[in-house]
Design a protein around this ligand. Structure first.
Ligand SMILES: *Cc1c(COP(=O)(O)O)cnc(C)c1O
Ligand SMILES: [Zn+2]
Length: 418
């Protein structure tokens, strides 16, 4: 048995099926199709059991056989296994029988789901001998690459749109990577990074390392299933930027099913976007197989990708699973953030507001039936996008340090001291 590549077999083109060695490479030379990691499922089936997974440490690496590293991970070893919360109060407000929140606002170490993809990308970059890592980011990826590279002792370059939220900028700078702010949208950042990646010998986590990076998102789906005691949820609602997370959660359910670790069929995958950047949800709602690129204009900057790399595949997953897509306005995003906070005590960033706003619409329209059960993927922490809600969450009531003043406030509320 050769363990040189762990349980990986090759990189494989999603379009023509041609295979490539397991290097830092992301497109097929013949048709420019995206490359994906292929695994030896027969071997995985013969070694992986539910009991074995259950006995391992609480991190995303408990599903290591299904993640694209050859050896034990060397970056982000503590990432994942975030809480799955039964959201009864939110369920009642939205009018659905059962609702769960997969809470990646508390992912380690940088409070978003991006720690999952980065731990895989950096571990694999190391295996391939890279010393410098880089990324093109809408914010959270920059934070995660900066932090995880610092703790792994790798040099990092992060590229972001120059007009990002201050919280996201500071949360990158503090780890001391090189931060390059580009005057332009994410799509322009990404195009520049593709050029740089070709010229410098760096591991760009979401460019030349993308086949490995993207697989890290599957861990969110594996965890949801294990935390539901090995059930695949009827409905999963997922925010979409490039559309990668959505396709990979679907893949995680398919893999568990293929390996006989769950007995499931008929799950539905739903996608969420902001109306101000909704190329995928607009296409889905019009019944199209292809999206039209857009110019983003939304407070949900972490989802502001106008030309989503996996948009085509995300549309296919929603179609195949009979799911739907929806999008919400900036005001509905803020309302979603407040609703999740006041019902469940979870403060999500704008992407979380998008997901809550969208599930509300899907329940109201009957696309998620009221008698069903759904899981919401909440992917980033609200402390990083304070700008988006500042001025929209009420005001503090100021008084002098006197009991009399306090009691006049209390009297306004109709409360009586005992
Ligand atoms: C990156 C990101 C997503 C989704 O990303 P995909 O490109 O669709 O995989 C969702 N939520 C947050 C907070 C993100 O940072
Ligand atoms: Zn190909």
């Amino acid at each position: 048995m050769s363990d040189e590549n762990g349980f990986m077999k090759a990189l494989k083109c999603r379009e023509c099926g041609r295979e490539y060695p397991l290097e830092a490479k992301h497109v097929c030379e013949f048709d420019f199709g995206p490359l994906e990691v292929a695994y030896d499922y027969d071997r995985i089936r013969s070694v992986l059991t539910r009991d074995q997974i259950a006995a391992r440490p609480h991190s995303m690496w408990r599903y290591r056989e299904l993640l694209p590293v050859a050896q034990e991970p060397t970056a982000g070893c503590e990432v994942g296994f975030t809480p799955l919360i039964k959201a009864d109060r939110l369920a009642k407000r939205l009018g659905i029988r059962e609702l769960w929140v997969k809470n990646d606002t508390v992912n380690y170490p940088t409070l978003s789901f991006k720690d999952r993809v980065v731990s895989v990308a950096l571990s694999r970059s190391r295996e391939l001998g890279f010393k410098t890592v880089a990324c093109a980011s809408t914010g959270n990826l920059a934070n995660s690459v900066a932090a995880n590279a610092a703790s792994a002792g790798l040099d990092a370059y992060v590229f972001i749109p120059a007009d990002l939220e201050q919280g996201k900028v500071v949360n990158s700078l503090v780890y001391r990577p090189q931060v390059i702010g580009i005057h332009g949208h994410y799509d322009e950042v990404n195009r520049l990074c593709a050029e740089i990646a070709g010229k410098y010998g760096w591991a760009f986590v979401n460019v030349n390392m993308r086949p490995y990076y993207a697989e890290g998102s599957k861990s969110m789906g594996f965890e949801i299933v294990e935390q539901l005691e090995w059930q695949v949820p009827q409905h999963t609602v997922i925010p979409m930027a490039s559309g990668s997370l959505l396709t990979k959660i679907h893949k995680s359910y398919q893999e568990l099913s293929k390996l006989g670790l769950v007995d499931a069929s008929g799950w539905r995958i739903h996608g969420a976007q902001a109306t101000g950047c909704s190329p995928i949800s607009s296409a889905q709602k019009s019944g199209l197989d292809f999206f039209k690129p857009v110019k983003p204009d939304t407070i949900a900057k972490s989802l502001a990708i106008g030309t989503p790399a996996d948009g085509f595949y995300a549309l296919r997953v929603m179609k195949d699973s009979q799911g739907s897509a929806e999008d919400v306005s900036d005001d509905e995003i803020r309302e979603g953030i407040r609703l999740l906070a006041e019902c469940e005590g979870i403060f999500a960033e704008t992407a979380g507001g998008v997901t809550v706003g969208v599930v509300k619409k899907l329940i109201a329209s009957g696309k998620i039936p009221a008698e069903d059960s759904a899981v919401l993927c909440v992917t980033g922490h609200g402390l990083k996008t304070l700008d988006a809600v500042q001025g929209h969450v009420g005001k503090i009531r100021e008084i002098k340090p006197s009991l009399r003043e306090f009691e006049s406030v209390i009297a306004e509320d109709g409360k009586i001291a005992h």
